[in-house]
Design a protein around this ligand. Structure first.
Ligand code: SF4
Length: 195
């Protein structure tokens, strides 16, 4: 295990830099390989994630794992999953700008250590928090964005797919591009049940 990664984990797990520390049950550091080539970034922990201290473990997480699995990806093999903020906002509200700004250096450090080739931005908060607060997920999803020498693919958050199944078709198109890019950049023999 990478020492920088473990030191960062220790630091984040006791962080009290913003008000979200007050009501959390657990800090959700993120999960997956420390040298993953794909990094998925969501908004922040929900109720289940707060209880378990793991990202994307509720219904949204099960859907994300299913999508990743069909594409031949998994947390155990080639994906790290993190969030814009690492503590649960009360009542599952979106993180406030100040909370995002306070927490984002941790995510940037994780990206630096993990060094992924592909970043998957799950929903508006991830897109706006990491790339540009003015971009609209409905406008830019499905299009590669060059960011700090990496490629980022904005797509819908799995929670949005659960709320509106009509979005799933677009989401599958986005993940098709991710599989193709993974073959181009990481493993030309990558196997996927999907494409
Ligand atoms: S959300 Fe981030 S900055 Fe705020 S307390 Fe949690 S780890 Fe620290």
């Amino acid at each position: 295990m990478n020492n920088d990664f473990e030191n960062l984990r220790k630091e984040i797990l006791v962080c009290q830099k913003c008000q979200l520390s007050k009501q959390r049950t657990n800090v959700v550091f993120g999960e997956g390989k420390f040298d993953a080539k794909i990094m998925c970034i969501g908004e922040g922990p929900g109720r289940d994630e707060d209880i378990q201290g793991r990202p994307f473990v509720g219904r949204s997480g099960q859907l994300l794992d299913k999508i990743l699995g069909v594409c031949g990806f998994s947390r155990a093999e080639n994906v790290f999953i993190g969030n814009i903020v690492k503590c649960r906002p009360p009542e599952n509200r979106a993180p406030l700008p100040q909370e995002r700004e306070t927490c984002i250096p941790y995510l940037l450090k994780q990206i630096e250590i993990i060094n992924p080739k592909i970043i998957v931005l799950l929903g508006a908060t991830a897109l706006n928090g990491l790339i540009d607060p003015n971009l609209k997920i409905t406008k830019v999803r499905g299009n590669w964005i060059e960011w700090n020498g990496r490629l980022a693919m904005p797509t819908f958050h799995p929670a949005a797919l659960l709320r509106n199944p009509n979005l799933k078709k677009d989401s599958w198109e986005d993940f098709k591009k991710i599989v193709q890019k993974y073959r181009e950049l990481v493993d030309e023999n990558h196997k996927s049940d999907y494409c």
